[in-house]
Design a protein around this ligand. Structure first.
Ligand code: AMP
Ligand code: MG
Length: 364
């Protein structure tokens, strides 16, 4: 493998403005700096990410993120070998912010430009953090995504299945809203669930018995809404203990579905490539300890290695984009000024689409 490279990564596809510097080779890379400027406060009043607010905040902060990433890495643009930027999928106004910033920097300094698929960034992270070798199975579970990917190389992804409606993080966030808990909902629901009984409410496990790797989480949120209304009708309010029971039951339902479908996805992945030795998880929902513990037990039982990158590299960040860029730079794959921001960009272009498909094609 050729000499180590230093890559500047930029990310702005959802609600995190991020820049990072990664140095090394695809087999041995290190995160030198990792800056994430979140927007939680800007969206808090609206109960979700508002695309226009996100785009403006990214445009305001992306150059600051770059400055901080270079300064934390104790380096300058002159020492950067390539600039890697998320070019999709994501909220178009946001994606455009980092793409335009990266193009400007590339044009001004002559540094090569590389457009990265955000999902490839997540999918390659276990290599950066744990040195996991291809092929492996990736479960991506975040606020906007949910899919199983067989990862056989930096450009070889097969989607084995995913959600047909909401992402699990979205379901956690909506459940928190229904139960009057703070946003982001995942950590709030997990905290409440600790003192609740997971068997107290019989919630559905959608698509559990279907013989594929697809999932559905939108019905679960409706079930929580109905259960809450019933509790309020019976008790004249939502007692704290029953709220904890609802959270525990909801978390148990999501966990059951994710574990059962991961078991199936592992079997499917091994049918395609018997050398699959590891299951890796990424995305904000991977922070959930019930889900992590469940996946760990599944891996122990099926003699599979388990990789869960540290949280800062599980959620949206630019180090993963820089690392994906490192792979591309090592094989001489660069982009030019025609690089465009793509709101829709499925990683696996061949598998049938599941989510957000329509006249404009598959979303992710
Ligand atoms: P991301 O989309 O990767 O930026 O992650 C954000 C999503 O992860 C949000 O929907 C959060 O509610 C969710 N999340 C964060 N922490 C947890 C947790 N401990 N349990 C479940 N979901 C979580
Ligand atoms: Mg985010």
């Amino acid at each position: 493998m050729s000499a180590p490279l230093t890559i500047l990564g930029l990310e702005s596809s959802c609600d995190d403005t991020a820049a990072a510097v990664v140095r090394g080779t695809p087999k041995n890379a290190h995160v030198i700096s990792n800056i994430v400027i979140g927007q939680t406060d800007a969206h808090a009043a609206f109960g979700g990410v508002v695309p226009e607010i996100a785009a403006r905040a990214h445009a305001e902060k992306i150059d600051l993120a770059v400055k901080q990433a270079l300064s934390q890495a104790n380096t300058s643009l002159a020492n950067i070998d390539a600039i890697a930027v998320t070019a999709g999928p994501g909220l178009i106004g946001g994606v455009l912010s980092a793409v335009m910033c990266a193009k400007g920097l590339s044009l001004a300094t002559g540094t090569p430009l590389i457009g990265i698929n955000h999902l490839a960034g997540h999918a390659l992270t276990p290599q950066l953090t744990d040195g996991i070798a291809f092929p492996y199975l990736m479960l991506l579970v975040s606020g906007g995504h949910c899919q199983f990917l067989l990862v056989e190389g930096p450009d070889a992804y097969t989607r084995l299945g995913g959600t047909i409606d909401d992402a699990p993080g979205e379901a956690f966030d909506k459940t928190a809203r229904i139960l009057g808990l703070a946003q982001p909902g995942g950590p709030a629901v997990e905290t409440e669930a600790k003192s609740g009984d997971p068997k107290s409410f019989a919630l559905p496990r959608p698509l559990l018995n279907r013989d594929d790797c697809n999932m559905s989480f939108s019905g679960l949120k409706t079930a929580i809404l109905r259960a809450r209304d019933q509790v309020i009708a019976d008790h004249g309010g939502l007692p704290r203990a029953l709220r904890a029971d609802l959270c525990a039951s909801f978390q148990a339902a999501i966990t059951d579905v994710l574990i059962a479908k991961s078991r199936r996805a592992l079997a499917e992945a091994r049918k395609i490539n018997p050398n699959v030795q590891a299951l890796a998880v990424a995305g904000g929902v991977a922070a959930n300890s019930a889900i992590r513990t469940g996946l760990q037990s599944l891996c122990a039982e099926t003699e599979t290695d388990f990789s869960a990158p540290p949280l800062a590299l599980c959620t949206d960040n630019a180090a993963m984009i820089a690392f994906a860029g490192l792979h591309r730079a090592h094989t001489g794959q660069f982009d030019d000024m025609t690089l465009s921001a793509r709101p829709r960009w499925p990683l696996d272009q061949t598998s049938p689409t599941l989510l957000g498909s329509g006249k404009k094609g598959a979303k992710a």
